[in-house]
Write a protein that binds this ligand. Structure first.
Ligand code: CA
Length: 217
């Protein structure tokens, strides 16, 4: 779990980001104004800041100048993607252009947190443990014999936990765009994972869509 500050003046985008990052197990603080962000950053430490550019009070660049040592992902409209941001980006950790997919944002957030070691290198659910560094899944402390694809599938479910993923999206994320097999492949792998990990109650079938890993937040 990471402490994330969302600086975005558009209420609907701000709320959407908060909702998704909370579901992924993070704690989010929201502000809608650049000045407010600067004041808050004086008082509180965050693990990551999501920072819009065009903001009332003070713009994203001004806020960025006040940030020391905290990773930043800029949220920017394509039209705002100026040379200034490209220059700043050497100091920032990443930027993402609006409109963006929530999954993409979640992946960027996890990547930055991982790189800056603000996130755990394992994930635990019931008696199952996913060890990201050793690429191992353990049940009751014992490594489970699973294929690389089964590992990748579980890893993807964990990183997007509590989010419903369509079979097509899972195919894309785990098997890649050029995979020829159908979505049945996903079902087969899900069945095997459920059985091997004993997570029948946790890996939920989402009617007419796909699957979701349910984990307490
Ligand atoms: Ca804005």
């Amino acid at each position: 779990m990471a402490e994330i500050l969302i600086v975005e003046d558009e209420p609907s985008i701000n709320e959407l980001i908060r909702k998704n990052l909370c579901l992924a197990g993070h704690h989010c603080t929201r502000v809608f104004d650049g000045m407010e962000a600067i004041i808050l950053l004086d008082q509180k430490k965050f693990d990551l800041i999501l920072l819009d550019i065009m903001l009332p009070g003070a713009d994203g660049y001004e806020v960025f100048e006040k940030i020391q040592g905290t990773p930043v992902i800029f949220l920017t409209a394509k039209s705002e993607l100026s040379d200034k941001l490209r220059g700043l980006n050497r100091g920032a950790d990443d930027y993402i252009t609006k409109p963006f997919q929530m999954l993409e944002l979640a992946a960027r957030v996890e990547a930055v947190l991982r790189r800056t070691k603000k996130t755990e290198n394992y994930f635990e659910l019931d008696n199952v443990r996913l060890d990201f560094e050793r690429r191992l899944i353990l049940v009751d402390g014992k490594p489970v014999d699973c294929t690389p694809k089964e590992y990748d599938l579980f890893d993807t479910l964990v990183r997007n936990r509590n989010i419903a993923l369509s079979r097509e999206r899972l195919l894309e994320l785990v098997w890649g765009y050029d995979f020829d097999g159908g979505t049945r492949t996903v079902d087969v792998h899900i069945q095997r994972l459920r059985a091997k990990l004993g997570l029948e109650e946790r890996i939920i079938t989402v009617y007419k869509l796909g699957y979701r890993l349910e984990a307490p937040v």
